[in-house]
Design a protein around this ligand. Structure first.
Ligand SMILES: Nc1ncnc2c1ncn2[C@@H]1O[C@H](COP(=O)(O)OP(=O)(O)OP(=O)(O)O)[C@@H](O)[C@H]1O
Length: 232
């Protein structure tokens, strides 16, 4: 579903990603882990088209999208949940969701009601302004807003950041349920050990802008191996 081949990217004259090769099959949940500043956000932004590669290719659903702008990637089935969530704080929960829905013509009211099954708190708070909710609830809103556009691939940038541990665990479980029920493929970047262990089918490790290792299901049961790539 997604393939990065030899991707090099960065900001102006500052190179960040070097020779990144990565692939995600349909239906998988794949993580990318690494310490602060290794380039995880830059990687997700490059997949979404918000950072342009200087070299290499990005393929999505069998098509070369290296030159495709972000809004077209969104319309063709990529959903993006940025670090810090970026919900609209002065819009209600319902208005935030309607904004997400407008991204994709194939989304439907059915899907819109579906997200309330996963996140009932959003149903209860439909008329509340997004900015007045807790970090965890805002993260659920950001996920729901991406989901109502009916994406094939969800990109999540550090979903655990600034969220209390019990809610972090709940969000990991929700993402697994969404993947299982709706078949949504997920690529996420994280530095939280339990999220990596609980959510990923397999995980890449990143250091200094490049992929240095790949961990399968058995490796992910070994917390020491995961921890060796994180700041713990
Ligand atoms: N807009 C930008 N312009 C210039 N440099 C940037 C920009 N955004 C990030 N960087 C630099 O790129 C490097 C990688 O940052 P990035 O945010 O991709 O890493 P990260 O692994 O996601 O880190 P974190 O876990 O702190 O979010 C850092 O050195 C950062 O300072």
């Amino acid at each position: 579903m997604l393939e990065l081949d030899g991707v090099r990217a960065g900001y102006d004259s500052t190179p960040i990603l070097r020779n990144v090769d990565l692939s995600v099959e349909e239906g998988e949940i794949v993580g990318v882990m690494g310490k602060n500043g290794v380039g995880k956000t830059t990687l997700v932004r490059t997949v979404m088209g918000l950072v342009e590669p200087n070299e290499g290719t990005v393929r999505f659903d069998g098509r070369d999208v290296t030159e495709t702008p972000p809004h077209e990637r969104a319309r063709s089935g990529m959903g993006y949940i940025p670090q810090g969530r970026e919900i609209f704080p002065d819009l209600t929960v319902e208005q935030n969701l309607r904004m997400g829905e407008s991204i994709n013509e194939s989304s439907s009211d059915l899907l819109y009601e579906d997200v309330f099954d996963y996140f009932p708190i959003l149903d209860e708070r439909r008329d509340q302004n997004g900015g007045t909710m807790s970090g965890g609830q805002q993260q659920m809103l950001a996920i729901a807003r991406a989901l109502v556009a009916n994406p094939d691939l969800l990109l999540l940038d550090e979903p655990s950041e600034g969220i209390q541990p019990s809610i972090v665990q709940q969000i990991s479980e929700d993402m697994r349920a969404i993947n299982e029920d709706l078949g949504t493929t997920i690529l996420f970047v994280e530095q939280n050990l339990s999220v990596i262990r609980d959510m990923a089918d397999r995980c890449y490790a990143m250091e200094r802008g490049t992929i240095v290792d790949e961990l399968g299901a058995t490796d992910l049961e070994d917390e020491e191996t995961i921890a060796s790539y994180l700041a713990v």
